[in-house]
Design a protein around this ligand. Structure first.
Ligand SMILES: Cc1cc2nc3c(=O)[nH]c(=O)nc-3n(C[C@H](O)[C@H](O)[C@H](O)COP(=O)(O)O)c2cc1C
Length: 193
């Protein structure tokens, strides 16, 4: 494979934006693209090769079951004074708008050979690989750390030591020319030479 030039890498990184479900076209994402993105995730850096990333991929009818779980949970666990019909509608609709949703999970090393934060960091690196891979196919995505899914161990069938860090919603979208927003890197860097 030809090496990507620095300009292409920078362009992919700088162009990527979080793209949210209301912008999706409700179009399935080909399995081959999901597999490519997951393969790229598997090549994220990992201290001591714990390879802690675990993914549950929801497509097709499974998106309805995700929507049902999230919506039912919200209905059953939200106190009346906090309940919002608008929020419920959004929670139920989001998975159905997506071309696929990936539950982002982290499997703790059984021997705790590295601190947990390093495993979470490695999973985040893997998620960025997925995001950039999808962006290269003009598929938008965003990482949602919604409280319902963070606690959904039984629904997700998590193993001992496995923890959910959120959902990666993804979908094809009509490019609305999303504006990026960052303050300059300058003050965040201290150069020592
Ligand atoms: C770990 C993590 C969790 C996030 N959780 C949420 C979330 O729950 N809701 C949300 O709207 N955005 C969430 N985001 C996405 C951010 O809102 C988004 O990255 C930020 O607005 C910057 O926009 P950009 O990705 O287009 O540069 C999350 C991002 C990360 C890295």
């Amino acid at each position: 494979m030809e090496k990507a030039c620095p300009l292409q890498v920078s362009q992919l990184i700088l162009e990527r934006r979080s793209v949210f479900p209301p912008m999706y076209r409700e179009q399935a994402i080909p399995r081959a693209i999901l597999e490519e993105a997951l393969e790229n995730a598997n090549w994220a850096p990992t201290h001591r090769f714990t390879e802690p990333w675990r993914f549950k991929v929801f497509t097709g009818a499974a998106l309805q079951s995700l929507s049902d779980y999230m919506g039912d949970y919200y209905e059953q666990h939200t106190p009346p004074e906090k309940f919002s019909a608008v929020k419920l509608k959004k929670i139920r609709k989001n998975p159905l708008r997506a071309g696929a949703v990936i539950a982002i999970c982290m499997q703790r090393d059984p021997e705790a050979r590295v601190p947990e934060w390093e495993e979470i960091a490695a999973v985040a690196c893997a998620v960025q690989n997925i995001s950039l891979s999808l962006h290269a196919h003009d598929i938008g995505c965003y990482w949602s750390s919604h409280g319902i899914i963070i606690k959904a161990n039984a629904f997700l069938g998590l193993a001992e030591g496995e923890r959910c860090l959120g959902l990666l919603y993804m979908g094809y979208y009509d490019d609305p020319g999303l504006e990026g927003k960052r303050s300059p890197i300058g003050p965040k860097v201290e150069w020592r030479s």
